[in-house]
Design a protein. Structure first.
Lengths: 146, 365
């Protein structure tokens, strides 16, 4: 962490040397993700990791993001604030970040799966969607008859 | 809003979609420190959950706990949780006071006898009942009367959990904790001065979701939040391992963010979630601001021997000890005896146990 203080700031510049910027949890997480990928490939069992439970320095988060790389899919869910769902460059590893309406980060997760559940349409919504569309078509056909 | 509404009803009326509900469940699992694998179970439980009646009592306290909770950061989520409980009595937050407020409490108790959740912040004076009263009723009488019909009690803050600041020596009011007076109800202690907001709401949500109290440690605290000590989850832990300590608050070590153990940090004996959940919208926690942990979620933290006293006598620089160790022969033998007894005495003063390792370290120096 490196926070610059202005000249009026009485506290000295807070600087941490490079080895200390790594808690060691980043690399452990990457191993956990590797094992989760292998498990998914073998048995189809998905894994979710709550990033809030693991202390990571800012540099370490950036380093991890670099290690996982950038993927092809980047989706945004708009419900109770924004949620970003993106696949990393490591296929099958997704990063999900939930924000509230005022853009405050509420939680961040890594999911190891072929498709996070949040991207899939809930079955009830599909049924409701079909009914709504059928109803609308019926209304239109009645309007045409008139 | 009816008491028979489930949380899902509340959510749907607020226009939350099914995906939004999944998001809510994922964040709820996170707030309760549960594994994300629990999300489907939480979703199923929340679909069934009915709004429980909550009675909140404040005794000898500073209102910091209520301040902490009402300023919890995720407005949306917390609002939804609070919409999902029926807060029937909270004399700091409610407009009514005196007899009208007490009538509301009695009505809520009668209507939900045996089912309501009682939340208490503040310690209870047993010295003189006049030290703290509400509508002329002593804190002790009100607690005992209200506890009788409660399904469970949540003691929020170190005062209600362990006596806290009012209990500090010489304890002029004879302050005691909830568990000192109520022994026949399940009690969850949520200590902290104040507790972390999401820890308070996490415990309430756990009760709301599963209808039971979470798994507790030997001090009555939820394992999910108080299962690990600050030191083990501290980002400065690597410095401790390397023996790099700040010696004063403005030395080179302090500027480099080294371990604050020698400046009195109580992280190694303090069990709480500050290092992972953090404070002020997840911004930081005390150690990140350059100050050691005060140990505020531990019993008698105020009397733990001084906020700036190191937990155990720092060994005179490991390297020096090695350099002089062989030369100092007989003298070292004598000195180590003194040091060992100092470690013991200090530990006694601070209510800690001394491990064999501590004493061996003392002997070897």
């Amino acid at each position: 962490m490196k926070t610059e203080c202005g000249s009026s700031c009485s506290t000295a510049r807070f600087e941490v040397d490079s080895p200390s910027t790594m808690t060691g949890n980043g690399i452990a997480l990457l191993y956990e993700i590797t094992h989760a990928l292998e498990r998914y490939a073998e048995s189809g069992e998905a894994t979710a990791i709550d990033l809030q439970r693991v202390p990571l320095s800012d540099q370490e988060s950036d380093w991890m993001a670099g290690m996982l790389g950038k993927g092809e899919i980047n989706a945004t869910l708009h419900s109770m604030g924004r949620t970003t769902i993106e696949e990393t460059g490591t296929s099958g590893v997704w990063r999900i970040a939930h924000y509230d309406e005022s853009e405050v980060l509420l939680g961040a997760f890594i999911e190891v799966t072929n498709c996070p559940e949040l991207l899939c349409t809930p079955a009830e919504d599909i049924r409701e969607g079909a009914e709504r569309l059928k109803r609308r078509l019926k209304e239109i056909s009645e309007e045409v008859k008139q | 809003m009816s008491k028979d509404d489930s949380l899902v009803d509340v959510l749907q009326r607020s226009g939350v979609s099914r995906r939004g509900f999944l998001k809510f469940c994922a964040l709820t699992a996170s707030a309760m420190a549960l594994s994300p694998a629990m999300v489907p179970r939480i979703a199923a439980a929340l679909e069934q959950a009915r709004r429980p009646s909550v009675i909140w009592m404040s005794f000898q306290e500073c209102t910091g706990c209520t301040e902490s909770l009402t300023r919890s950061h995720s407005a949306t989520i917390e609002n939804l949780i609070f919409n999902a409980i029926s807060l029937d009595y909270h004399h700091t937050l409610q407009a009514a006071s005196g007899e009208a407020a007490e009538a509301a409490r009695e009505a809520a108790m009668e209507e939900n006898w045996g089912k309501y959740l009682l939340v208490v912040d503040g310690s209870i004076p047993v010295g003189n009942p006049g030290f703290s009263t509400i509508a002329g009723i002593s804190n002790k009488d009100m607690l005992l009367e209200t506890a009788r019909g409660a399904a469970a009690i949540v003691a929020v803050g170190t005062c209600s959990a362990y006596g806290g600041l009012p209990h500090a020596a010489p304890n002029p009011t004879g302050a005691v904790s909830v568990a000192d007076l109520v022994t026949d109800k399940p009690i969850v202690n949520v200590p902290g001065c104040p507790p972390i907001p999401v820890v308070i709401s996490g415990v309430l949500t756990h009760y709301l979701t599963f209808g039971e109290i979470p798994e507790l440690d030997e001090l009555g605290r939820p394992m999910a939040f108080y299962g690990q000590n600050i030191h083990d989850r501290c980002y400065r832990r690597p410095f401790y391992e390397r023996g790099q300590f700040a010696e004063t608050f403005d030395d080179e070590g302090a500027k480099k963010g080294w371990c604050l153990f020698k400046l009195g940090c109580k992280g190694p004996v303090t069990y709480n979630a500050c290092a992972t959940v953090k404070w002020n919208q997840g911004t930081s926690f005390p150690i990140e601001s350059g100050h050691g942990c005060l140990g505020c979620s531990e019993p008698d933290f105020w009397d733990m021997g001084g906020f700036y006293e190191a937990l155990s006598t720092p060994l005179p620089g490991f390297n020096e000890a090695i350099a002089y160790g062989t030369a100092a022969g007989a003298v070292a033998g004598l000195a180590s005896g003194v040091l060992a007894s100092r470690v013991k005495k200090r530990a006694k003063d601070q209510h800690q146990t001394v491990s064999v390792d501590d004493l061996e370290k003392g002997e070897s120096s």
